[in-house]
Design a protein. Structure first.
Length: 608
């Protein structure tokens, strides 16, 4: 080795003193692992040109080591140790300088190999060589390799094959000539036909009219309706924002139909950002492929996603975001926030399941009026919960259309006072209270249905107290409660009491929810059309019969027949129809109550 080193040294010195300003080197024919080390010195400004292999310049004094690719040159200002590895690649020929490779397309990487029996790595830098990612590891050195271009986009990309660099090129977003929503919009005019919709990309023509009217027809409120949600208010078609990545809208269509868009640039960002308004935001998956909820983050904020398919989904039920769909997300009502989406993050966020856990229980409460429903409401006890806000509490999403809504009104909390669709408390008490409110935009009977998950502590019961009517009901024994909604938009107030039976009885007495005597009250409204509420009071449990007669004494309808009812205030709704379901004529009608020893009749007027 000493002889070889001396030979190389003499070769370089000879070139220098021959008067040349550049020192050329050639690769010795040694094995790839052989290093020829020697000491040499050059005048300032002399260049060393590397014609084929990649090499390392190891500074002996004054300078750090440098990696230099084949075909480049370095000016040397001090002495160096120089290893000469064997060349594997002469040059990368594709991508060519300035090429634009589109995301998701198949492209061919081409290079000029030196030794086809060797193996090489192919690496990609999206920032001009500052950081590298391995695309292919130790593949045959045959001169070409196909690659499906991946996100994110970049303007200063470099490929490296066996340490040899390509010319700079760009990775650009994928553009498609047409995008079609994979499932048609459901048809219907009822509350259950509303859906959240989005477009996964940036359409050239992004206005709602351009996107929707070619499929659904000219905008007509009787055929289809379209709503945006901004600053806590619904905004209808004509004043909404355009479709954009990460943004969703409410759509209902009587006849259903497909939705498509024309030329669209698909989102190819590594991290997509979306500014959020205080409160509720309608967001969407900006990509044309599903992403997990764990890919989303909001600074210093915990959040829960909900979607709408005729009713709001339960808290914690969304783990994947699908393209073309939409979701509701709430942040604090103060401050500004940004949603960040990292599409390649795997896994899913831990769901805040509103279910019973060991040592606890959960009560689900569903409100329904005609076709409108609000089913995802939960209260209960969890050992992990806190007295006020905790990870198991979920906000009530904004209602849409002709809705019925039910929520826990935690408006007196010290922090995060708001309306909640789920509220869990810690164990340890003997009596718990939840304040509920119900709003219905539909006139008619509202039904509250409950279902219990997990066992109640021994000797416990769950009761409902209707504040307006002072009615009470043991939900443990009768899980369904009905009441009339006589005016669209009216609010009703309730308390749910859970605890030891004796403690609940004492609380009901304090609330004056148990009357001192039998009563049959005047119906309301009166006159009425088409229905009216009939209210009565029982000081003790009784079997109750309530009937409607005309002035000739003929029975029109049996509303209650020997129904066993608890002590308290009760309300029954008559819809103005007879036993055959036919609407009766205008006139004066009688309603008669029989409960144990108590019998009483009153008049009411149906006026059409």
């Amino acid at each position: 080795m000493r002889t070889a080193s001396l030979f190389i040294l003499i070769g370089f010195v000879s070139l220098i003193f021959a008067g040349g300003t550049s020192v050329k080197k050639s690769t010795p024919s040694f094995s790839q692992t052989t290093e020829i080390l020697f000491w040499y010195a050059f005048p300032a400004g002399v260049e060393l040109n590397a014609m084929s292999p990649t090499y390392r310049l190891a500074a002996s004094v004054g300078q750090a080591s440098i990696d230099t690719a084949a075909g480049s040159s370095e000016r040397l200002y001090s002495g160096f140790w120089v290893p000469f590895p064997q060349a594997l690649v002469l040059a990368v020929t594709e991508p060519a300088a300035g090429a634009q490779w589109m995301v998701n397309q198949m492209q061919t990487i081409r290079w000029q190999p030196v030794d086809s029996t060797a193996r090489v790595d192919i690496e990609l830098s999206r920032n001009g060589g500052a950081r590298w990612e391995v695309l292919f590891n130790q593949i045959p050195n045959v001169g070409e390799q196909t690659w499906q271009v991946s996100m994110p986009r970049c303007d200063a990309c470099l490929l490296r094959v066996g340490r040899v660099l390509s010319e700079p090129f760009a990775i650009v977003p994928e553009v498609v000539s047409s995008l079609v929503k994979p499932t048609p919009q459901p048809a219907g005019s009822e509350q259950t036909a509303y859906r959240l919709i989005s477009v996964p990309g940036r359409p050239n023509n992004a206005s709602p009219a351009q996107v929707l009217e070619d499929n659904l027809g000219t905008y007509d409120k009787t055929r289809w309706r379209f709503f945006d949600y901004q600053n806590g208010e619904f905004v209808e078609f004509g004043e909404t924002r355009n479709f954009a990545p990460g943004r969703s809208f409410f759509l209902i269509t009587r006849n259903g139909g497909n939705v498509d868009v024309g030329t669209t640039e698909l989102v190819a960002d590594s991290v997509f950002t979306l500014p959020l308004e205080p409160g509720w935001n309608l967001i969407a998956n900006p990509y044309n492929f599903p992403i997990p909820v764990s890919a989303l983050s909001v600074e210093n904020q915990s959040f829960d996603l909900r979607t709408y398919t005729g009713d709001w989904s339960a808290p914690g039920s969304i783990t994947m975001l699908q393209p073309w769909e939409g979701y509701a997300l709430k942040v604090d009502d103060t401050g500004s926030y940004t949603l960040r989406i990292r599409p390649f993050q795997s896994g899913s966020a831990p769901a805040k399941q509103p279910k019973a856990s060991a040592g606890g229980w959960s009560l689900r409460i569903e409100a329904r009026c005609q076709q409108a429903v609000d089913a995802a409401n939960f209260i209960g006890i969890r050992p992990e919960a806190r007295e006020e806000f905790d990870a198991f509490d979920a906000y009530e999403p904004p209602p849409v259309g002709e809705f019925v809504a039910l929520y826990v009104a935690n408006l007196d909390w010290k922090e995060r006072a708001d309306r909640y669709s789920s509220d869990f408390r810690p164990p340890g008490g003997t009596l718990y209270r939840w304040s509920l409110e119900s709003i219905s935009m539909i006139e008619g009977e509202v039904t509250l249905s409950t279902s219990l998950e997990g066992p109640l502590p021994e000797g416990w019961e769950v009761w409902l107290h209707h504040r307006e009517t002072r009615q009470v009901q043991n939900l443990s024994a009768r899980p369904r409660y009905r009441f009339p909604n006589l005016a669209a938009g009216s609010m009703q107030h309730f308390q749910v009491l859970a605890g030891e039976a004796e403690r609940i009885r004492q609380e009901l007495v304090r609330l004056q929810a148990i009357p001192a005597a039998y009563q049959l009250y005047a119906n309301y409204p009166n006159p009425f059309n088409p229905g009216t509420a009939l209210r009565f009071a029982l000081p003790e449990p009784q079997k109750v019969t309530l009937e409607v007669y005309d002035l000739l004494g003929q029975r029109v309808r049996i509303l209650l027949k020997q129904n066993p009812l608890q002590a308290g205030y009760h309300t029954t709704y008559w819809d103005g129809r007879n036993e055959r379901g036919e609407a009766v004529a205008s006139g004066i009608y009688l309603y008669r109550l029989k409960a144990g020893p108590f019998v009483k009749t009153r008049r009411m007027i149906l006026l059409k």
